[in-house]
Design a protein around this ligand. Structure first.
Ligand code: ADP
Ligand code: ZN
Length: 301
C-alpha cells in the first residue's frame, strides 16, 4: 500500500504567462515553491530542472498541469508535448520528456484545468463528488471535467472554452477575439475579450458596468450547456475574471432562469450557492493540482 502522505512530490503549473513549481505532499505540506515568467521553452524548462535538482532522488513523482493544447495520449510519440499553441516558440514543445529524463521520476501530465479539477477533488471544493467541472475564466477559458471519478480526456481533451453561444448582435455587436472562432465563449467572455469590447482592462471596470451583466449571461449560457451534457454535481469557477464578486450571484440567477426548472435537482433549485462555487484552493489550485497529478501517476488516488 502506498502511503502518499509520507512521500514527497513535485508539481509544475505550466502557464502561458508563468510557471509555478512546488515540492510537497498537499496544501498543509508544501516545502518549497518558486514561480518564474514563461520565456522560451529552453530557458523555462532549465529553470524548472534547477528548482527540482536539490530534491533529485527524493521525489516519488512529478506532476505537470500545462497550458495547451497538449498531447495526453500515452501511446503517442508526442505524449507530454504542448502541441498547436499560438504562443510564440512553444508549439510542438516536449515538456514532460526533458523533465522526466533530468529528474528520473514518473511524470503525471494533464491539462492545467484537469489538474486544478483533481486538486479541488482531493483537497478543495469537489471533495466527495465523482462528476464535476472546474472552469477557469482568465486569459483564456477552459474546463477540466471529472466524470464517474475519472478525468475526461477522450479524443484529445475537452475544450469547453470554445463552444458556440447564441449572441444577440443588437445587444452585443462585438465580434469576439478567438482567432479560430471569433465569438465562441472564450472569444466573447475571456479577460482579453472584456478588455477589447469595453476598451479597458477587466479589473478596472466598475461593478455596476453593463459589462458584468453581459459577462454573467454568457457564462450562464455556457454552464447551462455543460449541465445539460455532463450532468455535473458541481461547477467550480476560477480564473482572474471571477475575482469580480458581483458576477457569481448573477451567474447563479442566470443558470436558474435559463434552465427554467426543467432539471429537477435540489442542487440546482435549492442550493445553487454550493452548486456554482469558487475554488477552495484559491491561487494554489494550479500547483496543488499538479501535485495531485503526481500522486495519481503512481497510485489509484
Ligand atoms: P491566466 O488565465 O493567464 O492564468 P488569470 O486567471 O489571472 O491568468 O486571468 C487573467 C485575466 O483575468 C486577464 O485578462 C485580466 O484582465 C483578468 N482579471 C484579473 N483580475 C481581474 C479582476 N479582479 N477582475 C476582472 N478581471 C480580472
Ligand atoms: Zn474559440
Amino acid at each position: 500500500m502506498v502511503h502518499i502522505s509520507t512521500q514527497l512530490f513535485g508539481g509544475v503549473e505550466a502557464g502561458g504567462t508563468k510557471f509555478v513549481c512546488a515540492v510537497g505532499a498537499g496544501p498543509d505540506d508544501l516545502r518549497a515553491e518558486a514561480r518564474f515568467p514563461t520565456t522560451t521553452p529552453d530557458e523555462t524548462i532549465r529553470q524548472v530542472i534547477e528548482f527540482f535538482q536539490p530534491y533529485r532522488g527524493r521525489l516519488a513523482a512529478l506532476g505537470i498541469a500545462s497550458f495547451g493544447p497538449v498531447d495526453l495520449n500515452p501511446r503517442s510519440p508526442t505524449w507530454g508535448y504542448i502541441t498547436s499553441t499560438p504562443k510564440p516558440g512553444w508549439a510542438n514543445t516536449d515538456l514532460a520528456g526533458p523533465l522526466r529524463r533530468a529528474l528520473g521520476v514518473p511524470v503525471g501530465f494533464d491539462t492545467d484545468v484537469n489538474g486544478a479539477a483533481l486538486g479541488e477533488h482531493r483537497w478543495g471544493a469537489a471533495q466527495g463528488l465523482d462528476t464535476f467541472i472546474y472552469l477557469t475564466i482568465g486569459t483564456g477559458i477552459g474546463g477540466g471535467a471529472m466524470v464517474g471519478g475519472r478525468l475526461v480526456h477522450g479524443l484529445l481533451h475537452p475544450e469547453m472554452g470554445h463552444i458556440r453561444l447564441p449572441r444577440d448582435p443588437q445587444r452585443d455587436p462585438f465580434p469576439g477575439v478567438c482567432p479560430f472562432h471569433g465569438d465562441c465563449f472564450e472569444g466573447l467572455a475571456s479577460g482579453p475579450a472584456l478588455e477589447k469590447r469595453w476598451g479597458a482592462r477587466a479589473e478596472t471596470l466598475p461593478a455596476e458596468h453593463p459589462a458584468w451583466a453581459l459577462e454573467a449571461h454568457y457564462i450562464a449560457l455556457a454552464l447551462t450547456a455543460y449541465i445539460c451534457t455532463l450532468s455535473p454535481q458541481r461547477i467550480i469557477l476560477g480564473g482572474g475574471v471571477m475575482a469580480q464578486p458581483q458576477l457569481l450571484p448573477q451567474i447563479r440567477a442566470g443558470v436558474q432562469a435559463l434552465l427554467n426548472g426543467y432539471i429537477r435537482a435540489p442542487a440546482l433549485l435549492d442550493s445553487i450557492e454550493t452548486y456554482l462555487t469558487l475554488p477552495a484552493l484559491g491561487d494554489r489550485a494550479g500547483v496543488l493540482g499538479a501535485l495531485a497529478l503526481a500522486q495519481s501517476s503512481i497510485s489509484n488516488h
